[in-house]
Design a binder for this molecule. Sequence first.
Ligand code: TXA
Ligand code: MG
Length: 353
Amino acid sequence: MNLPGTPTRWYSTITPLERERALDKGARLLLEGGLVAFPTETVYGLGAHTFNPQALKKIFQVKGRPPDNPLIIHVARSSELIRVAEKVPPEAYLLAEYFWPGPLTLVLQKRKDVPTEVSCGLPTVAIRIPSQPLARELLHRINAPVSAPSANLSGRPSPTRAEHVWDDLAGKIDAIIDGGDASVGLESSVLDLNSSPPVLLRPGGITREQLEECLEKKITVTEQSASSSPSSPGMKYRHYSPQAPLYLLVGTLEKIEQKMKELLMEIENRNITAGLLCSQENKVGLYFDGVLIEKLGSREDPGYMAASLYNSLRRLDERGAGIILAEGIEERGMGLALMNRLKKAATEVIRVS
Ligand code: TXA
Ligand code: MG
């Protein structure tokens, strides 16, 4: 599989016949040790059979992924947890009951027979059940856990459409199953259940507030600064980067708009094409010609804004933005995950109030 020069197959899933063929081929390729990109509700994943170390190694190669950044295991049902994890605490089943299938990943004790390529030597594994129907059906068909990071080149914004996967990985992987736009658009929340209280390693599709309500207690949220021994290895890398430098403005909308105007005037004088990543309410774009504007949606609906973030970042690159100014929002609900990604993408965070 995936011999040099092997073309990447693109499978549409619009008609029932296409869907059937995509799932059949996808499952077969995974069982044979191939790499298959498939849609999930968060972002597209690049899947390999969890018990095939060679296939797992290829994931790291094709993504250019740092060798110490472990993979998330995707399973079809909670009863499969014990195929990859051990000493599963009751809290895991409670969370599973509430949020699975869905955008929550649980970090649990690893079973010894899970290849070390999945966990990168850690004694733990990260697991989730995706809710996207094609992902679920694929997992059912291969009847084995599938390890899958996001299907982008490391350092690029995660893929929320099949085209994004194609742009990053065509010619390097065996197949892409096209399931349209990802509905959540940001990665799953990663919750570590190995300490008390549990630690939210990565905010994502299930909010901190939802997790605390389910567990009936406060959880710890990891700081985003890089540390020498991060509990979630993925957190120390600068992720989600567009090609242009991104400046994230944080404060009230009024103050942000004011600062954006100042910066845009400066940028205009320097002959650089500016890109604006902002809410629907932001009116700054009206005052300038030639500014590339990507509106994410209303500030009232951070979930909607989150769903368009990665596509907008890619669009600003394609459209030739030389510098990006992004509007920050309140870090509540899905706003926490959105701001987490924006901060990681940012060259600098500018506070304006
Ligand atoms: O929504 C998602 O989670 C998507 C879709 C495809 O499921 N996947 C995804 O995978 O975002 P990836 O590889 O881009 O991010 C996995 C994150 C990384 O931050 C990694 O460090 C963390 O999960 N992780 C994996 N195993 C871990 C472990 N044993 N302990 C702590 N963190 C872990
Ligand atoms: Mg990723």
